[in-house]
Design a protein around this ligand. Structure first.
Ligand SMILES: [Zn+2]
Ligand SMILES: [Zn+2]
Length: 64
């Protein structure tokens, strides 16, 4: 049962990934992981994630 649930979740995620425009990805800054143009983007004193080195809690962060 768990495997079936996982597969359905993956396909749902895939549908979302393909239906959503790539604008969402483009809006994420590659340097800081935060949304481009926001006040947190590449902020010098922003709190960085220890694992991925992006802004902690940002959309681009691993959120570990
Ligand atoms: Zn940035
Ligand atoms: Zn992270």
């Amino acid at each position: 049962m768990k495997k079936i649930l996982l597969i359905s979740l993956t396909s749902i995620a895939l549908i979302f990934a393909t239906s959503c425009s790539s604008d969402a990805d483009a809006a994420i800054c590659g340097n800081c992981g935060d949304e481009k143009g926001t006040e947190n983007c590449c902020k010098a004193d922003a709190e960085k994630c220890e694992k991925c080195d992006k802004n902690k809690g940002s959309p681009g962060c691993c959120k570990e």
